[in-house]
Design a protein around this ligand. Structure first.
Ligand SMILES: *Cc1c(COP(=O)(O)O)cnc(C)c1O
Length: 305
């Protein structure tokens, strides 16, 4: 099972070469980002654990990766969602379907009468964990200190590559959800005293949300990656023509990217290289997540042809 040591390729975008760290080539069940963030749960022994508990969107990459993790380790998975929309229940492929095939119990909080207005996380803490002594709780999208373990391995690979290829400096760009990957990467680079820095953009919530996430993960401001923002606000999971166009354009370079985070990532990177006078080498982190394309792509095709 391939869970580390991915290659680096190079493509031409925006009239320059951009290196691509191919974390999409990690084992398909732990594709990219989540493989790094959940590596800790495969590397360690958890003798008393029988069940994994998580929450988030029913279409999330993390739902699928957690289901794969639970299956591999012989654990159950209870995954709490706010609501499962009718169009998701009728899907025949994608994260939701694949997670269920792996045995995930997907629990719809809108059908829990004792929720009483609580957030998903609060509900799980108040009502569920008290009765689940053998459960391991993973916050949304793997946003927790456990993630630092696998992201540090990723950072090491990037440092080694930069040394082998004699990069004097390097900018690593990646689109963020919770910002966990971006923050732990940047922290590792700074603590290792190398000339590598992380730039990112907010795909979920806005810059304020992302800054808040960074602060929750580390009080040390110096570790927080720089956030690049676009003038237009994009809502996570919504369809935009320019996102679809950008996705196709970058795909023409021979590497398929995913459709939730990467279009915003590439649009942001384009604005950055065009306006910020950045001439040093740039590496884009491909964080996988391609399984979600089989539900996103038909939606895009229906809308924009
Ligand atoms: C989960 C995910 C992200 C977001 O990662 P964070 O560490 O939460 O910022 C980005 N891209 C892909 C493909 C993902 O699956």
């Amino acid at each position: 099972m391939k869970l580390s040591n991915t290659p680096v390729d190079s493509i031409n975008m925006f009239d320059r070469d951009i290196f691509i760290k191919r974390d999409d080539l990690l084992h398909p069940e732990f594709s990219g980002n989540k493989a790094r963030k959940f590596a800790y749960f495969l590397a360690r022994d958890f003798p008393s654990v029988e069940k994994l508990i998580g929450y988030g969107s029913p279409q999330a990459n993390s739902l699928y990766s957690m289901s794969a993790l639970a299956k591999l380790r012989g654990w159950e998975l209870d995954f709490y969602v706010d609501h499962v929309a009718a169009h998701i229940k009728t899907q025949t492929e994608g994260n939701y379907v694949a997670a269920r095939a792996n045995g995930a119990n997907i629990i719809d909080l809108s059908e829990c009468p004792d929720r009483e207005g609580r957030s998903s996380e609060q509900y799980i803490t108040d009502k569920i964990l008290v009765d689940e002594p053998n459960a391991l709780f993973v916050p949304e999208g793997g946003r927790c200190e456990y993630a630092e373990f696998g992201v540090a391995q990723l950072a090491k690979e990037i440092i080694d590559w930069a040394e082998e290829t004699s990069q004097q400096t390097l900018t690593v760009f990646l689109p963020s959800g919770t910002g966990t990957t971006a923050l732990f990467l940047n922290k590792y680079f700074i603590e290792s005293n190398v000339n590598i820095r992380v730039l990112t953009c907010a795909c979920v919530g806005g810059d304020d949300y992302l800054n808040l996430q960074f602060t929750e993960l580390s009080q040390e401001k110096a570790f927080h990656p720089k956030i690049i923002s676009l003038p237009k606000k994009y809502h996570f999971g919504k369809l935009y023509r320019e996102c679809y166009e950008m996705w196709k354009r970058v795909g023409e370079q021979g590497i398929e990217f995913e459709l939730l985070y990467d279009p915003i990532g590439w649009l942001t990177l384009e604005a950055y290289v065009n306006h910020c006078g950045e001439h040093g080498p740039i590496m884009y982190l491909h964080q996988g997540g391609l399984l979600g394309n089989c539900s996103m792509l038909p939606r895009y095709k229906r809308k924009f042809g």
